[in-house]
Design a protein around this ligand. Structure first.
Ligand code: AR6
Length: 179
């Protein structure tokens, strides 16, 4: 576990399972059809129950680089924010912009819904193949930037599913916050 303060807010890195989180919102790494799938998406729908998929169907889809919000169903979290990260090709197809944009959309939803605590997985770094070191730097710098002008968000947690992913985020956060 690593914790830093960004102005008035807290930013935490934790190795674990996002479906167990008690933050007001958890973020899903979804696909643009919001159709469910494997990885964190599968785990969230399994743990949260069918109500989440019902709302996803009504919404119909979400473009890459954006996010949509639904109920948390049976989860501890009140909301799930479904973010669609980019499929990584070679880094020259606006992948960094799309990835940053997916995080920003989640944060904008959080502010609009007055959500004070939110947990993120490492978007795009599983099935979508985004190189972890690059993705960690983009994810963390995007949320740090947002927190600097949005003290209404009190807590952002990154829930990293493996020790390797956790260590990559820890390294990236150390680099970004060292004086
Ligand atoms: N809690 C936290 N992180 C998790 C969990 C969990 N329970 N399970 C997996 N991860 P991925 P993507 C990590 O593939 O790359 C789906 O099929 C995982 O180890 O879930 O954005 C969707 O439907 C990895 O570090 O998401 C899309 O089609 C990270 O979450 C596609 O995969 C993201 O891996 C999205 O691919």
């Amino acid at each position: 576990m690593m914790e830093v303060r960004i102005h008035k807010s807290r930013l935490e890195l934790i190795e674990g399972d996002i479906t167990k989180q008690d933050t007001e919102a958890i973020v899903n790494a979804a696909n643009s059809r919001l159709a469910g799938g494997g990885g964190v998406d599968g785990a969230i729908h399994r743990a949260g129950g069918p109500q989440i998929m019902e709302e996803c169907r009504k919404i119909g889809g979400c473009p890459t680089g954006e996010a949509r919000i639904t109920t948390g169903g049976n989860l501890k979290a009140r909301y799930v924010i479904h973010a669609v990260g980019p499929v990584y090709r070679d880094g020259r197809h606006k992948e960094p912009e799309y990835l940053a944009s997916a995080y920003k959309y989640c944060l904008k939803h959080a502010s609009e819904y007055k959500i004070k605590s939110i947990a993120f997985p490492s978007i795009s770094t599983g099935a979508y193949g985004y190189p972890i070191e690059k993705a960690a730097d983009i994810a963390l710098s995007t949320v740090i930037d947002y927190l600097k002008s949005h003290p209404e968000i009190e807590l952002i947690r990154f829930i990293l599913f493996s020790a390797d992913t956790y260590r990559s985020y820890e390294r990236a956060l150390s680099l970004l916050t060292e004086k």
